[in-house]
Design a protein around this ligand. Structure first.
Ligand code: ATP
Ligand code: MG
Length: 146
């Protein structure tokens, strides 16, 4: 049972297609790249975070100089939030999206292809299994995950 639970955790990550990429109609191209890379979408919705939501979601960054800009941007328009399933989901998804700064992102990564700057960088990906679970619960009720 414990072992099964661990396995499930490692199989899921959380992503958001950020307001910049949704506004530019990159949503379907990004989703195709994600599913072509072997991720299964087990939950998805278009939604918009309030300032308060964005402050809570990115609370770990509240002391950083870019926090206000980040909260403003992430609440500026609709996002597409999704839960993705794949073996080694968190790490493999971080590889697929590339470095935070698109100028440093590897060729072919989602950020290299679709991000415009370190702030407006097209997609979010959870950075650990623990944070994936927290972020999934932030955006989705259990009955919305399949
Ligand atoms: P994310 O958490 O969105 O997947 P990340 O894990 O690659 O991105 P973090 O260090 O967690 O990067 O930063 C969170 C977000 O804050 C970044 O994706 C970016 O939108 C914004 N950000 C990070 N560094 C800067 C910066 N120097 N200037 C402006 N915005 C930044
Ligand atoms: Mg992060």
């Amino acid at each position: 049972m414990q072992e099964n639970k661990q396995k499930m955790k490692g199989n899921r990550t959380f992503t958001m297609i950020k307001p910049d990429a949704v506004a530019k109609s990159y949503t379907t191209a990004i989703l195709k790249q994600i599913t072509d890379a072997g991720f299964k979408i087990v939950a998805m919705k278009m939604t918009q975070m309030s300032r308060r939501d964005a402050e809570r979601f990115y609370a770990v960054h509240k002391e950083r100089p870019f926090f206000d800009e980040l909260v403003e941007f992430m609440s500026s328009g609709p996002i597409v939030a999704a839960v993705l399933e794949k073996e080694n989901a968190v790490e493999d998804f971080r590889t697929l999206i590339g470095s935070t700064n698109p100028a440093e992102a590897a060729e072919g990564t989602i950020r290299k292809l679709y991000a415009e700057s370190v702030g407006k960088n097209a997609v979010h990906g959870s950075d650990s299994d623990e944070n994936a679970a927290i972020e999934i619960a932030f955006h989705f009720a259990g009955r919305e995950i399949f």
